[in-house]
Design a protein around this ligand. Structure first.
Ligand code: ATP
Ligand code: MG
Length: 224
């Protein structure tokens, strides 16, 4: 097998709440290959967001390891960690997430700016990413001049513009009606697969989950 782009090995996370230990995640192992899409479903509070945060190195596990492209987050610290995240992870979250005073193009450009990509290449990659999600004619619009579905497509373009090894999506269609949600999810899945990115897609929507190559279910912090 090719090396997994995303890997969780016995990941555990416990939260302390008023001295009470709450299980966020308990021994979760998962491998996602480049170009593979895995849907994660499960009830509210089952650990889906906790898992994505650990995979993205935004939180630290109490047990186990999380790796992107074979690199263990535990080996990365400070600026190096942030830079690795910018280069290897794309995020799509439900609603918000876009800068309200920045145009669609400027929003998509953010990861490239942070990564100091040269201006000409930035422009070309932003245009290609917006085109890929069907928003070529909307580059100069502000988020509130776009429909909800269009805003989510800007978020998809932004997540993919860096050609990340991993795309981590937390309810990317949650604020949309089902037809719109399916269209956005389809774009996300197709574009990510085309780029060879591994996708971990958290969703409540069964028709979105069916687009994945594989589905896993979290319950009380465990995969089943
Ligand atoms: N920072 C935190 N402090 C304390 N408890 C937390 C924290 N983050 C998550 N939890 C707890 O961990 C468990 C898993 O939370 P998580 O956000 O991963 O659930 P989820 O599956 O994403 O739910 P939803 O579908 O509602 O988004 C919950 O019981 C939650 O209350
Ligand atoms: Mg969540």
């Amino acid at each position: 097998m090719t090396e997994p782009a995303v890997e969780a090995i016995g990941l555990g996370r416990t939260f302390l709440d008023d001295g009470l230990a709450l299980t966020g995640l308990a021994g979760v192992s998962l491998q996602v290959a480049p170009g593979e899409v895995v849907a994660v479903t499960g009830p509210s509070g089952s650990g889906k967001t906790t898992l994505l945060h650990l995979l993205a190195g935004l939180d630290r596990p109490d047990a186990g390891r999380a790796l992107i492209a074979g690199v263990d987050w535990a080996s990365l610290h400070g600026a190096e960690r942030a830079q690795f995240r910018r280069r290897t992870c794309g995020f799509v979250v439900q609603g918000l997430g876009l800068l309200p005073q920045a145009t669609a193009a400027e929003n998509v450009e953010v990861p490239l700016l942070l990564d100091r990509v040269a201006p000409d290449e930035r422009r070309a990659r932003v245009a290609a990413a917006l085109d890929r999600v069907g928003l070529a004619g909307h580059a100069a619009k502000l988020p509130d001049q776009l429909s909800g579905g269009e805003q989510q497509r800007v978020a998809v373009a932004r997540a993919l513009v860096n050609r990340p090894a991993a795309v981590l999506a937390d309810e990317p269609t949650g604020s949309l009606d089902s037809a719109n949600g399916e269209a956005v999810a389809r774009l996300l899945v197709d574009a990510a697969v085309e780029q060879g990115a591994a996708v971990v897609l958290v969703t409540h929507d069964p028709s979105v989950a069916r687009m994945a190559h594989r589905r896993v279910v979290l319950r009380s912090g465990r995969l089943r």
